[in-house]
Design a binder for this molecule. Sequence first.
Ligand SMILES: *[C@@H]1O[C@H](CO)[C@@H](O)[C@H](O)[C@H]1NC(C)=O
Ligand SMILES: *[C@@H]1O[C@H](CO)[C@@H](O)[C@H](O)[C@H]1NC(C)=O
Ligand SMILES: *[C@@H]1O[C@H](CO)[C@@H](O)[C@H](O)[C@H]1NC(C)=O
Ligand SMILES: *[C@@H]1O[C@H](CO)[C@@H](O)[C@H](O)[C@H]1NC(C)=O
Ligand SMILES: *[C@@H]1O[C@H](CO)[C@@H](O)[C@H](O)[C@H]1NC(C)=O
Ligand SMILES: *[C@@H]1O[C@H](CO)[C@@H](O)[C@H](O)[C@H]1NC(C)=O
Ligand SMILES: *[C@@H]1O[C@H](CO)[C@@H](O)[C@H](O)[C@H]1NC(C)=O
Ligand SMILES: *[C@@H]1O[C@H](CO)[C@@H](O)[C@H](O)[C@H]1NC(C)=O
Ligand SMILES: *[C@@H]1O[C@H](CO)[C@@H](O)[C@H](O)[C@H]1NC(C)=O
Ligand SMILES: *[C@@H]1O[C@H](CO)[C@@H](O)[C@H](O)[C@H]1NC(C)=O
Ligand SMILES: *[C@@H]1O[C@H](CO)[C@@H](O)[C@H](O)[C@H]1NC(C)=O
Ligand SMILES: *[C@@H]1O[C@H](CO)[C@@H](O)[C@H](O)[C@H]1NC(C)=O
Length: 645
Amino acid sequence: MVSLSLLIASLQVVSLAVARSPTGGYAPGKVDCPSGNLVREAKDLSSDEQAWIKERNKVTNENLATFLSQSGLSNFDAANFVSNTKNGRALKVGIAFSGGGYRAMFNGAGQLAALDNRTTGAHEHGLGGLLQSATYLTGLSGGSWLVGSIVLNNYTSVQNVLSGNILIWDVEHSIVNYGGWNPKKAINYYKDLHNAVQAKKDAGFELSITDTWGRALSHQFFPPANDYSASLCWSDIQTLDAFVNHQMPFPLVVADGRTPGSQIISGNSTVFEIGPYELGSWDPSLKSFTNVKYLGSKVSNGEPSGSDACVAGFDQAGFIMGTSSSLFNQFVLQINTTSLSTALKDLISSLLNDVSHDEDDIAIYKPNPFKYAEAASVQSIVNNDTLYLVDGGEDLQNVPLYPLIQKQRGLDVIFAYDNSADTNQSWPNGASLVATYQRQFLEQGQGTIFPHVPDVNTFRNLNLTARPTFFGCDAKNLTSLLSNTTSANSSYLVFDAPLIVYTANRPFTYWTNTSTFKLSYEDSERNGIIKNGFEVASRLNMTVDSDWRSCVACAIIRREQERQGVEQSDQCKRCFQKYCWDGTIDASEPKVNFTTEGTTNGNEDNGNRTVSAAASIMSYGLKYAIMQLLGTSFLVVMACTFNAI
Ligand SMILES: *[C@@H]1O[C@H](CO)[C@@H](O)[C@H](O)[C@H]1NC(C)=O
Ligand SMILES: *[C@@H]1O[C@H](CO)[C@@H](O)[C@H](O)[C@H]1NC(C)=O
Ligand SMILES: *[C@@H]1O[C@H](CO)[C@@H](O)[C@H](O)[C@H]1NC(C)=O
Ligand SMILES: *[C@@H]1O[C@H](CO)[C@@H](O)[C@H](O)[C@H]1NC(C)=O
Ligand SMILES: *[C@@H]1O[C@H](CO)[C@@H](O)[C@H](O)[C@H]1NC(C)=O
Ligand SMILES: *[C@@H]1O[C@H](CO)[C@@H](O)[C@H](O)[C@H]1NC(C)=O
Ligand SMILES: *[C@@H]1O[C@H](CO)[C@@H](O)[C@H](O)[C@H]1NC(C)=O
Ligand SMILES: *[C@@H]1O[C@H](CO)[C@@H](O)[C@H](O)[C@H]1NC(C)=O
Ligand SMILES: *[C@@H]1O[C@H](CO)[C@@H](O)[C@H](O)[C@H]1NC(C)=O
Ligand SMILES: *[C@@H]1O[C@H](CO)[C@@H](O)[C@H](O)[C@H]1NC(C)=O
Ligand SMILES: *[C@@H]1O[C@H](CO)[C@@H](O)[C@H](O)[C@H]1NC(C)=O
Ligand SMILES: *[C@@H]1O[C@H](CO)[C@@H](O)[C@H](O)[C@H]1NC(C)=O
């Protein structure tokens, strides 16, 4: 019996090892090329994703029927509703977690825990089962750390992490001060980073600080085994049991395309998504996807160029999470401001000398997988030898909604968790939704519809960040948005635009508005934020609104009811009355103090717990970020960050 389970255990290790980087370490290595093209035009979902989703639909149909039947909807036959949809389509739920550093990661963790039926209490006083009913899960920057570290640690749960069953998310010491007072640990750490990126360089790849950054993050996001998962790849998601068995949603993280020296806004960014199978963009500027497993291969118009062209292991897991969060590369460069020993500083500096500093927030993907890709409308992307990717939040779309509003994915509803630092007090104000809304009217956004949202002042004045808010409640009201989309996608119907359930970070039992650039958290602080996140997603464990679960159910079934011309029940009408934004605008100067139900005119000081100057960096983009970093606030931030040194 014992030997059998040992045998099984060793087989599992072997099967995982086979899929990892061919070098067994951080460096990519040569592999045989697969048959066929490595790049395709972004017309439809990949056949891999289609096949996977078909199987996932069976799982989500069953879980959704359970979730809906336990949601307190009266006179509603959930099983019948889920299985008798228009044209037999499956209902699809997406969940998105915004960026915002560790603040976003930990707030997001609490929110995720409230949707995860594996969390104790989530079924009783949360939305437990919603994660099990979701088809897609997206993360950006700090949100990509959450999604990536949960998914790639064999789809572990937030509860597993908190109960110490898996040793990750210990950020008492920042990545710059790793090891704390333990010099041996610190030296091993920096040696480790050094050896890893050196190996990639020796294998012939150009480095960017994202390599160092991603490797450093991995020390917090993966347990120590196998050198903190040095050889683990993003495409290894394909091999995880929970993925193979369709027990997890389809995970995607978001980054932006940007060339060094340029600036982007949501209007001219190319939004990249990175999933278990592919990396690429739906935007007209690229309109192509490449096989993520063979990143690093030499290609021309998608075909491997020359024998010996193919590479695997470039899509290293930490490197992908580092790409989505590459705004933070700055921190790796601040090493000289710490009181580390000279020997250590020299070691780190020598490490940094090997990497490109062209623009320090850029992840370098060279060779460019999209070299000469034909579907692209912007030649500067496909004619370059290098693909440059940056933090997914640099175009202000800090909630990763873009993969979820593609018509091809057919979502009914998106649960958007916004943990951004838009205000000076590091609270969200809907700026990310405004950016995504506006993008649909521009060249790059054609082919998508995103419902009307108000200006950022209204978000706060109408308490739309103080409690969950639904946008796009009435699909018919989206008709005016169709005109700009039809040229790109003539078959678009208003029902194809998912309803948005927006939930912003707010305090209930903990001040969760920490600075984006706070790099170290005591366990108690981390746990306080995670707990508050659970409470935000569950309306303070259903105490603020015991009907919250029913209202969520009403949002999930809304589009399908509209498709079928079914009238909402009175119960759902009441929910929509309560949670839908009704088109009202109040653009006056907002107030910041939160109460249980909303914001008040209370004392401004109550919201400013954190270093305020550094807080809104994500909204002002990189240039502002650097200014802030080098300015006086930088000293404050660093003082907080390095106070343990
Ligand atoms: C809400 O529920 C979570 C999970 O069960 C629990 O950890 C937390 O303490 C609860 N919060 C309150 C205010 O009771
Ligand atoms: C979640 O777990 C509870 C038991 O704790 C169960 O009754 C419920 O059906 C589950 N929900 C889903 C959607 O699986
Ligand atoms: C991964 O988790 C699954 C349960 O989802 C478990 O059966 C399996 O043994 C785990 N694999 C590894 C390598 O730990
Ligand atoms: C994007 O738009 C901004 C604002 O209009 C402009 O400053 C910037 O140069 C543009 N970037 C590119 C790459 O076109
Ligand atoms: C740190 O200081 C040393 C000595 O002044 C210098 O050589 C090195 O480039 C600096 N490192 C960084 C990352 O600025
Ligand atoms: C690639 O992009 C970089 C950065 O914008 C630029 O300096 C370089 O000239 C480009 N190369 C080509 C071949 O266009
Ligand atoms: C944030 O603070 C700065 C200066 O402290 C001020 O100029 C700016 O208007 C404030 N922004 C907001 C959104 O309140
Ligand atoms: C559609 O796009 C054009 C510019 O291409 C813009 O002038 C117009 O206002 C847009 N229409 C709508 C309905 O937003
Ligand atoms: C309905 O559509 C109009 C434009 O046609 C828009 O101004 C309004 O905000 C929309 N209302 C809602 C609640 O989305
Ligand atoms: C926002 O919340 C506050 C405090 O609960 C309340 O006084 C105010 O009326 C709310 N505003 C709106 C527009 O609901
Ligand atoms: C909001 O402000 C009021 C008055 O300044 C204060 O009494 C209250 O404690 C504040 N609320 C919170 C949640 O801090
Ligand atoms: C907010 O900031 C002001 C001035 O910077 C300070 O005096 C006040 O104590 C702060 N309030 C809180 C609750 O931290």
